[in-house]
Design a binder for this molecule. Sequence first.
Ligand code: HEM
Length: 509
Amino acid sequence: MDVSVVLAFFLAALAFFLLPIYLRRWKLKLPPGPKPWPIIGNLNLLGSLPHYSIHELAQKYGPIMQLYFGNSPVIVVSSPKMAEIVLKEKDMVLASRPKTAAGKYTTYNYSDMTWSEYGPYWAQLRKICLMEIFSGKRIDSFQYVRVEEMKKFMRSLYASSGKPLPLKDNLLNLTFNVINRIVLGKSYLDDVDNQVIKPEEFKFMFDELFVLNGVYNIGDYIPWLGALDLQGYVKRMKDVSKKLDRFMEIVINEHIEARNKSSVNGEDYVAKDMVDVLLNLADDQDVQVKLQRDGVKGFTQDLIAGGIESAATSLEWGLSEMLKNPKIFETATEELDRVIGQERWVEEKDIQNLPYIEAISKEIFRVHPVAPLLAPHMAMEDCKISDYDILKGTIVLINTWTIERDPNIWPDPYEFRPERFMGVDIDVTGRDFRILPFGSGRRRCPGYSLGLKLIQLNLANILHGFSWKLPENMKAEELNMEETYGLSVPRKVPLVAVAEPRLPSHLYA
Ligand code: HEM
């Protein structure tokens, strides 16, 4: 057959298949957005701090815009109204997650909760969260752990008082210890003689996990470039997941051994930590979707990663902002001295009587959201948002960064001013779409109440137990407030500050 006939036949066949797709797209009403380039789409517009780039684009294109990451359509919503449509009205259809290399390589092929697609497996994990892992009863049962670790943290600050102190390292020790004891049953960092992992190694693994779960990996959006791993992220994901798996195996085996021991002794095994709860579920034959060993490891990893970095990052930002605005220290300590007095530490039940401390924690969430674009959602079906057509497979980003900086909602939005939350009832757990530190709807953070308790109790006691200043020779205006981007947005330059005790010395013993 003549080559030109073959070519004509081929082109006609291509047109036959592609034309309906193009005609359909042409007829669709898509949200406004910048023109995409072939192959890369709008990836060229994302800088090293994507929430800043997206914030600027939202100023130009409005509360709903469409971008392309490579060939993948991405919708960004940037107003409370649009966030409510996505997370409430269309919650179910938009509750899935895109498939990313991070989910594949670092969370046992999407068998954790964060990256698993919406469906029976994810629903099963969520149910366990609600009924078992984060039930009010279980969270309360671990109050003694939070209190013990808070006091240990205060003692460590006391031991370094008067000296410049790298705060993030200390905060991470605190959150590592609390979360590990709740999730894994012990800290795994404290037991120097019996250490299965060195603290630096543990921290490196979870730091790396956090960064790699937040990166924009080109191969996720331009799949034919994936094999080249141009940014080197996939190699790092594979490396860190091997290390994490070694640790997770030790944890699971230790838990299984403890269970076996008690069954040899004829005792009923009582779940003591979250891994125990997951192993009980893995044994349960009646569940709709069986939880495999990889699922237990992936989910355990989620619980550790979710809890550790978010609370430490929020507290470090909070203290940085207050060091720039020392008046806030005065107002907070006036409230603490009046309500708590100088003879004891703040307890969890006191928080409801400390509105200014609560207001500081809300202002930290507003100015420094841990996840400014939440975690990416994905449309499972074609749907409409405010008259615009959203196609199945579209990634949906909820731009809380812009919402929490809207001057029409938050006067002087760039000022850190806790007073804006005084005397007004603004919920931060997903009911008020003007501030969404934990998201809302089906994918809302399941650990929000533990996260809030960790932040508020430690914030209150950091302020109650110590007065804070910057190291000598450093002025407030010199404090660098730049950010870096990963799954959370921590300080680029770790905060160094000096603590001086405020309470009688016997309280630090
Ligand atoms: C300051 C504390 C915390 C903040 C600000 C925070 C924030 C968030 C955000 C924004 C999401 C994504 C919501 C979405 O996709 O719409 C999320 C999801 C999640 N968080 Fe948290 N979180 C915190 C603490 C915790 C804690 C303590 C845990 C567990 C111990 C945890 C475990 C998770 C998990 C497993 C998910 C995935 C949920 C899913 O995809 O269904 N988080 N968190």
